[in-house]
Design a protein around this ligand. Structure first.
Ligand code: NDP
Length: 454
């Protein structure tokens, strides 16, 4: 049977773009269907705009605390409208760059909603009118539609923002309530507080960032409290209602309070509903699409990558899945994604970064007596003359039996830059002795990782 394309990709986010471009570079005839701007969550309403906001918050924090360096600023005025316009402009520029590179590779872009008709054919639908714009057929279909914020099932939930809404803001609220203790909640609590908003964060458990090494959660908790973020643990939101132009929250514990806005950041879920998956009958793994290690779904013609499968929902993971898929099916390269030692970062100020096992995971997997912890906490030199002398924490989790480093964790400025490089060494099975016999680079923060004794 003749098909119009070799590959149709549904969703032009980081993973889908990577797969489409790699497949086209091998000579495949590729089409991509996207209902929003090209770029997906990471570029349009995630990592990229968020990190630009982190830079704004970090700059303001530094400007406000550099008197000891002789840099005496009068009150620093923050114009959120300028910041958010610049952020949106940059996002549009990046989206256009992606569109341009698709054009150069002769990848056909269809704007609209992709819906399955059968395993080789999709219709492209206008999201507003629901008109069918055209049909696209291909030998292989790659689903890379990403995720969307989860809503809380409580009265008034529609009054709250999700992270998507933040990037449309013109003015920042004076008072903000953030629900959740994960990546998005902590990052935005840090951004808004450092840019002058009064922030309260409601966390249902007793720690921030569940699943991270507990020393990291503790450091973050101390740091957030020290800058005035009001952390309310073991508490949940029961309902939201409008009150005189503001929002009144009622908590499970019974308390009520008033804020200008509420951000719900209680996780994300795969955005699969609009695909008409019943037409192709794919097996699920909970809310995720089931795939084998080659990202093939239960239908051998259809593949899935990114936030719709049960793997770490991170941009670099989706990109690598997309490239591996294209390498395997359009260049017969037989590659697999390496899921070991994926570095992670939470871009609070200061930031958290981590690779490998937490102390808690290592003790559970290798038993307590086989684990040795090396840890240090100090005031980084850059904070010497600052009022808020926030500390940096660095930690190595080592297997006593073979001296292998199992985990490396850091709370402090540039943690993500340092941990990215450490992750290379963990991937090749580095030992504590290798760290010890590496010469330090002085004066730096990262030298502490090669000078820890215990
Ligand atoms: P997370 O899974 O990180 O955190 C969700 C938070 O919401 C947790 O604190 C969770 O509590 C809480 N929660 C879940 N359900 C409820 C509920 N019903 N009521 C109250 N609290 C609830 O999700 P995020 O939304 O922060 O981020 C989604 C994903 O996006 C991340 O997992 C990550 O993969 C990705 N991401 C990555 C970033 C990065 O790399 N820097 C930045 C932003 C997002 P509990 O812990 O008790 O379950």
């Amino acid at each position: 049977m003749e098909f119009e394309f070799d590959l149709v990709v549904v969703g032009a986010g980081s993973g889908g773009l990577a797969a489409a471009k790699r497949a086209a570079s091998y000579g495949a005839k590729v089409a991509i269907i996207e209902v929003n701007k090209i770029g997906g969550t990471c570029v349009i309403r995630g990592c990229v705009p968020k990190k630009l906001m982190v830079y704004a918050a970090n700059n303001r924090k530094n400007m406000n605390s550099s008197e000891g360096y002789g840099l005496i600023a009068k009150e620093i005025a923050f114009n959120s409208n300028v910041l958010m316009n610049n952020v949106r402009e940059e996002v549009s520029r990046l989206s256009a760059l992606h569109a341009n590179s698709l054009k150069k590779l002769n990848i056909k872009v269809f704007e609209g909603l992709g819906r399955f008709l059968n395993q080789n054919t999709l219709e492209v639908v206008c999201p507003k009118t629901k008109n069918i714009l055209r049909k696209v057929s291909a030998k292989k279909v790659l689903i890379s539609v990403g995720g969307k914020p989860k809503k809380l099932n409580i009265p008034g939930t529609e009054l709250a923002w999700s992270s998507d809404d933040i990037f449309e803001l013109k003015y920042f609220p004076k008072k903000l309530l953030i629900i959740g203790g994960g990546y998005i909640a902590c990052e935005f609590a840090s951004i808004f507080k450092n840019l002058g908003t009064e922030v309260t964060q409601l966390i249902r458990g007793k720690k921030l960032l569940n699943g991270f090494d507990e020393d990291l959660s503790d450091c973050l908790e101390k740091s957030m409290t020290s800058i005035g973020i009001d952390l309310k643990f073991k508490n949940q939101l029961k309902s939201i209602k409008k009150l005189n132009g503001d929002l009144e929250s009622t908590l499970e514990s019974g308390g009520k309070f008033l804020t200008n806005n509420i951000l719900i950041a209680t996780g994300r879920e795969p955005a699969l509903k609009r695909l008409n998956l019943d037409k192709v009958d794919l097996k699920m793994d909970g809310v995720y699409l089931q795939v084998n290690e080659l990202n093939q779904t239960s239908n051998s013609n259809i593949f899935a990558i990114g936030d719709i499968i049960k793997k770490p929902n991170l941009t670099p993971v989706a990109i690598e899945q997309g490239r591996v898929f294209a390498d395997n099916y359009f260049a017969e390269r037989q590659r697999k994604v390496n899921y070991k030692n994926i570095p992670k970062a939470v871009f609070t100020i200061p930031e958290i970064s981590t690779v490998g096992l937490s102390e808690e995971e290592a003790k559970e997997i290798h038993s307590k007596e086989n684990i040795k912890i090396f840890k240090c906490s100090f005031t980084p030199m850059s904070n010497t003359f600052k009022k808020n002398k926030s500390k940096c924490m660095m930690k190595l989790v080592v297997n006593k039996k073979n001296d292998k480093i199992l985990g490396c964790h850091m709370f402090g400025e540039t943690a993500s830059e340092i941990i990215q490089m450490v992750s290379v060494s963990l991937n090749v099975g580095i030992t504590k002795k290798d760290f010890d016999t590496t010469m330090a680079l002085h004066p730096t923060i990262s030298e502490e990782f090669v000078t820890m004794y215990g």
